[in-house]
Design a protein around this ligand. Structure first.
Ligand code: NDP
Length: 318
């Protein structure tokens, strides 16, 4: 049986439809959730990410505040910006686009964000709440993967999962969320011995290593659900020819643009998709859900922080 494609765009639209109801209930109480995006300097990839986040705000009718200090900013100047956003009542979520320039103390900046407005879920207080299994603002990518698994009816309780990657942004929170959903989790990293053998035991594989097309069919247990978080930009034409050998359209697109996106899972249709039970494509899998969860966290932060001003009927979810 061919593997089921888990389409992130469809699930994102479902989430947006639900959020629209919540946003209009908040509007009835005079509240328009607002997201502030702080983009330091002009890193082209960061600019693209922030642009798509602002576009999502506009689509849903959220307010977006765009702060763009120069790459030469100091830690104390950036702290002053964060403190100003912390004080503003119209700002419900604060997003500091990473990476920050080397002269800025990134940890100090992330810890300065008001935990109630920390829509990326990076503040130590929110990390602690997540570890303890208490309600909190959860990092967007792993939260999006959980939505994808649940809304695709992938059985979780008692399942074995392998999380490939242990970063603070993806791997660690992913493992915690799965564990809280009663999944048995193995966290793998660059020092894991015999990675293919370990991953082959898993019914759910979450690949978040940043290693283009590394996961091939020999890593996959037949019928497993394979979630590809990796977003890797390929510019080498020999690599692109290899990855997209069975995708003439993607190869043509690569030749025209000189660049293409590939996940951590090899895209070959005759490969992982031939063994897995279900998988997410790249692009169009986890990526759209990361932004959807950022929107969801912003609405949630608005509702929680301004709760006393919202009639009971307006608080619908979470
Ligand atoms: P990091 O570089 O911070 O972490 C990578 C992790 O993968 C590390 O824990 C590292 O191990 C592990 N790793 C690297 N190589 C191997 C290997 N050969 N075998 C086993 N483990 C390995 O990356 P992020 O977590 O920030 O991101 C991971 C990927 O997800 C990237 O491609 C990124 O672009 C993508 N991403 C996608 C998002 C989306 O919206 N879809 C959002 C965020 C990220 P160790 O700890 O030992 O070094």
């Amino acid at each position: 049986m061919p593997a089921r494609v888990l389409n992130g765009n469809v699930i994102r639209d479902e989430i947006y439809a639900e959020l629209a109801g919540e946003i209009s209930a908040l509007a009835a109480a005079g509240i328009r959730p607002g997201l502030a995006a702080v983009l330091v300097g002009d890193n082209p990839a960061s600019k693209i990410y922030v642009k798509s986040k602002i576009a999502a705000c506009e689509k849903l009718g959220l307010a977006s505040i765009h702060v763009t200090p120069p790459a030469t900013i100091t830690t104390s100047e950036l702290l002053a910006i964060i403190e100003d956003l912390n004080r503003r009542d119209d700002v419900d979520g604060i997003l500091v686009q990473l990476p920050l320039p080397p002269q800025v103390d990134a940890r100090k900046i992330l810890e300065a964000v008001d935990p109630a407005k920390d829509v990326d879920g990076f503040h130590p207080l929110n990390v602690g709440r997540l570890v303890a299994g208490r309600p909190t603002l959860v990092p967007c990518t792993p939260a999006g993967v959980m939505e994808l698994l649940r809304r695709s009816s992938i059985p979780l309780e008692g399942a074995n999962a392998a999380v490939l990657g242990r970063s603070d942004i993806v791997g660690k929170p992913m493992a915690l969320l799965l564990m809280h959903a009663n999944v048995t989790v193995t966290v793998c990293h660059s020092k894991t011995r015999d990675l293919p053998e370990t991953v082959r035991r898993a019914e759910i594989v979450i690949a978040a290593m940043g290693r283009p097309a590394m996961i091939t069919p020999d890593y996959i247990r037949p019928g497993a659900t394979v979630i590809d978080v990796g977003i890797n930009r390929v510019t080498d034409s020999a690599q692109a020819e290899k990855f997209f050998a069975h995708f003439p359209e993607r190869l043509a697109e690569f030749r025209a643009k000189g660049t293409a996106l590939v996940g951590d899972v090899h895209p070959d249709v005759a490969g992982v998709a031939g063994v897995a039970g279900a998988f997410t494509p790249v692009p169009g899998g986890v990526g759209p859900l990361t932004i959807a969860m950022l929107m969801s966290n912003t609405v949630k932060a608005a509702r929680l922080r301004r709760a006393s001003r919202v009639p009971a009927a307006a608080a619908v979810r979470h």
